[in-house]
Design a protein around this ligand. Structure first.
Ligand SMILES: [Zn+2]
Length: 119
């Protein structure tokens, strides 16, 4: 029998089929702790996306830092912020910048148009 390598949806670690894995709607988690950690993330996706749009509108199209996002939506761990952003990117809702490029998370479909209020 060939070994099947799976990748945990939460921690992204590859693992082999085990009795402790959790499968939910096409997602597979290596252990219960990863599944449990993924739950609040689902609910935070919306608030993170909302904050990205709100922040961009108030800051000339810039995006907040991971720390600012965490503070706003109540996530204390930056790796969880990274995870939520990765999830949004995977869903095609945002585009993450390359490494070391701060404040340039792009919200897909959001276009800033500056108008002179005097016409
Ligand atoms: Zn895991």
């Amino acid at each position: 029998m060939s070994k099947v390598n799976l990748v945990c949806h939460f921690c992204r670690r590859p693992f082999q089929r085990s009795p402790s894995e959790v499968r939910v709607g096409g997602r597979v988690f290596c252990r219960r702790a990863c599944y449990a950690a993924d739950r609040p993330v689902l609910h935070r996706r919306e608030s993170v996306l909302e904050f990205l749009v709100e922040y961009a509108l108030g800051h000339g199209g810039q995006s907040p830092t991971y720390r600012e996002i965490g503070e706003r939506v109540g996530i204390s761990s930056s790796s969880v912020v990274r995870y939520v952003l990765g999830d949004l990117a995977e869903a095609g809702l945002i585009v993450l910048p390359g490494k070391y490029k701060a404040r340039s998370i792009e919200v897909v479909g959001m276009k800033m148009v500056w108008e002179d209020p005097r016409g």
